[in-house]
Design a protein around this ligand. Structure first.
Ligand code: ADP
Ligand code: ZN
Length: 205
């Protein structure tokens, strides 16, 4: 049976500013699990609260449109494409309160330093990204971000084969590149039983 992921707002209640410090929230899961939807939902609520929000995505991901993050269900939010974590840091304005980052797995490892720096300076940082690559291996820098985050949300998709809770992104194309941008044309959400590791996948990426 599929257990739907339940969104409650306890996270927002817990996170009302206590001592002026910021914090890190990480949203991880497979493709189609609703990471972008959840990120956009949180960003919209911050804007309703009249907080200043800045949103970023890595330049490598050119799906849908360049200046937007987009969910597979059509939700969008404006965002700035950046090449590196350093570039992201350089674009942060002093009065920004909330920073959203989508497709965190396509950033370099310096994202961990950048995210910590932003949270240390009193900002709320929300990073969404794939926690595993198409072979099922942890996808850096997301595991490291999970370690430093105050709040973690794991989202799940529905397995397209059997309807169970899906935790894997099955690549349906032949490519063995770790980064192969695509959506339903190249990937399927699969559960542990239905996930078939790519036969040609390198063993030590
Ligand atoms: P992610 O950012 O995790 O890739 P999105 O937020 O972009 O996910 O998209 C989630 C939406 O994708 C769902 O609300 C649903 O409309 C759609 N969707 C398509 N295929 C699936 C699937 N196999 N399981 C769950 N949702 C799916
Ligand atoms: Zn399945």
């Amino acid at each position: 049976m599929v257990e739907e992921f339940v969104f409650d707002n306890t996270e927002e209640r817990r996170k009302t500013r206590q001592n002026g410090a910021g914090w890190v929230e990480v949203i991880v899961g497979s493709m189609f699990s609703g990471k972008s939807e959840e990120l956009i939902r949180r960003l919209r609520r911050a804007q309703i609260a009249r907080q200043k929000v800045q949103v970023f995505k890595p330049k490598i991901d050119d799906r849908y449109s360049i200046e937007q993050i987009a969910s597979h269900s059509g939700m969008t939010h404006i965002s700035k494409p950046v090449m590196t974590a350093k570039e992201l840091l350089a674009q942060i304005e002093a009065d920004t309160q909330v920073i959203g980052i989508d497709e965190g797995q396509f950033f370099d490892m310096e994202l961990i330093i950048a995210v910590n720096e932003l949270a240390n300076s009193g900002k709320r940082v929300i990073v969404a990204g794939l926690d595993q690559d198409y072979t099922g291996r942890p996808f850096e820098p997301m595991p490291q971000l999970l370690s430093i985050a105050e709040f973690i949300t794991k989202t799940h998709a529905i397995c397209v084969v059997c309807g169970s809770t899906a935790n894997y992104s099955q690549r349906t194309s032949e490519s063995t590149e770790r980064v192969e941008v695509g959506a339903a044309d190249k990937y399927e959400a699969r559960c542990r039983r239905c996930f078939v590791p790519h036969s040609d996948a390198p063993t030590n990426i």
